[in-house]
Ligand binder design. Structure first.
Ligand code: PLP
Length: 466
């Protein structure tokens, strides 16, 4: 499989999976997309019903890694990646109400769905870097979940140095401790005096400094990396198979921020999975719902909410869907993205918008509605949902159709957001055994100002120590 940018034509020496894994973003600023969509036949889907989760993941992903990583190696990595999950099914389905299911994606080490892709990504990086005899430095900014998942996936790996910036005092205590109590030598946590945007700007600044970027071999594991999307497709296939696919349709509801998770569901649909509708759940940062309602994709200031992992205005992965809805025309896609950056408003052509609406629905819940949803799912079904999951379930409930199972992505464990869960339900969610002593563990992190040269010096020193 070869890859192309959403802003450029397929080139003669187009990159393969290993190349785009290390590169992340395309050179022209676009996002990588597979050259074609692999198709899964109904017969193949039936055969996959009996596979374990890791083996199914390898089958689903194999066409994307073709020509770069062979199937047996990939299967080995998948088995290893999901062995540490604390549920035998890896991503179990739980029926919350008749016809409404929670697909629990939070049974990995850091209790959020990011582990589903990141645990595999750490192993893929290791494999490709060993093959190429290289070392890279992963630098990332986090508002909480991505950082901990990346650190957990990359800890102790010789060929990776990891530097994660988090906004000082602005992540939850659980989120911070999940990062700062990992004491492996290749991990450096930096608390930045500023907010999440400050952290993200610093990371962008480091990538923009070409000399520095080459000197330390910068790389990224943020959600625009195609490998992460690819690793999120298998659980949609698994859930649909469990509910009767290919002989019955299924719909999904996904609490959405950067549009990566729901895009993976859309990719599964492209590959032949019988998905009827995709429902996007948002918090008060509702750019996507406004878009689906009125074709109004205009940026506003980000406001904090009970579901911080969705406090986002620009959903980077939306560009991939836009590209498809423009019939893969990179020139039009690049022009629309350029205008969006300049004006803060994305002018999506009416026919592209109409085509998106044929599949997508959107629903917004503010903090009060989110708390009410948490309370009701608990009192009516004894299902304890974190704020993100509650938004997904509420969106699923709203758009559920008779006879078609609706599956909501449960993206975080309730214990990851204990205060919001307690305020809504009166229940204290307990951390699972492997994190029970989180608050007794030693923390290690450096506090720094938002000055980029100091930060670059810290990255260099960290690599020398490694
Ligand atoms: C990252 C995250 C989301 C948003 O997922 P996207 O792929 O960015 O849309 C939702 N819920 C939780 C708990 C997350 O960590």
């Amino acid at each position: 499989m070869r890859y192309r940018s959403t802003r450029g034509e397929l080139t003669a020496n187009a990159p393969n999976f290993s190349d785009i894994l290390l590169a992340g973003l395309a050179g022209d600023g676009g996002l990588y997309m597979p050259e074609t969509w692999p198709k899964i036949s109904a017969q193949t889907l039936r055969e996959w019903r009996s596979l374990s989760y890791p083996d199914l993941a390898a089958e689903v992903m194999a066409p994307f890694t073709a020509g770069a990583i062979d199937r047996d190696t990939l299967r080995g990595m998948c088995r290893d990646a999901y062995a540490g999950f604390d549920h035998a099914a890896v991503a179990p389905l739980c029926e919350v109400e008749e016809g409404l299911f929670a697909l629990e994606l939070f049974h990995g080490p850091t209790l959020a769905f990011k582990d589903m892709a990141m645990q595999l990504l750490g192993r893929l990086f290791d494999h490709v870097l060993t093959e190429r005899n290289r070392h890279v430095t992963i630098v990332g900014a986090t508002s909480g979940d991505t950082g901990s998942a990346a650190i957990e996936a990359c800890r102790g790996r010789d060929r990776l140095s990891v530097v994660i910036l988090h906004p000082k005092g602005r992540t939850s205590d659980v989120q911070r401790r999940q990062m700062t109590t990992i004491l492996d030598e290749n991990i450096l946590n930096i608390a930045v005096e500023g907010d999440f945007d400050t952290c993200q700007d610093l990371v962008k600044g480091m990538f923009a400094d070409k000399e520095f970027r080459d000197e330390v071999s910068l790389s990224a594991v943020n959600s625009i990396n195609w490998a992460r999307i690819a690793a999120q497709i298998p659980y949609y296939v698994r859930a649909a198979l469990a509910l009767g696919a290919p002989d019955r349709e299924v719909s999904f509801a996904v609490p959405t921020g950067n549009f990566g998770n729901v895009l993976a569901a859309w990719a599964a649909r492209q590959m032949g999975l019988p998905i009827k509708r995709l429902c996007v759940g948002s918090n008060r940062n509702d750019i996507l719902t406004r878009f689906l309602l009125d074709n109004d994709m205009s940026m506003r200031a980000v406001e904090p909410s009970l579901s911080p992992s969705m406090d986002i205005q620009v959903s980077s992965n939306f560009e991939r869907l836009l590209f498809e809805m423009l019939d893969r025309n990179p020139t039009r896609c690049a022009a629309i993205m350029r205008e969006f950056r300049e004006t803060g408003r994305m002018a999506v052509p009416h026919d592209a918008w109409t085509r998106m609406k044929e599949v997508f629905d959107g629903m917004t819940l503010d903090d009060t509605q989110t708390s009410v949803a948490m309370r009701e799912f608990y009192s009516e079904s004894l299902y304890l949902a974190d704020p993100h999951t509650a938004i997904g379930l509420a969106a699923g409930k709203r758009f559920k159709e008779a006879g078609i199972p609706m599956v909501a992505a449960a993206t975080a464990h309730p214990a990851k957001f204990p205060d919001a869960v307690f305020a809504a339900t009166g229940i204290r969610a307990e951390l699972p055994p492997h994190l029970a002593d989180l608050f007794e563990r030693e923390e290690r992190y450096t506090t720094m100002s938002s000055e980029i040269s100091g930060l670059q010096a810290a990255v260099r020193a960290h690599i020398r120590r490694n």
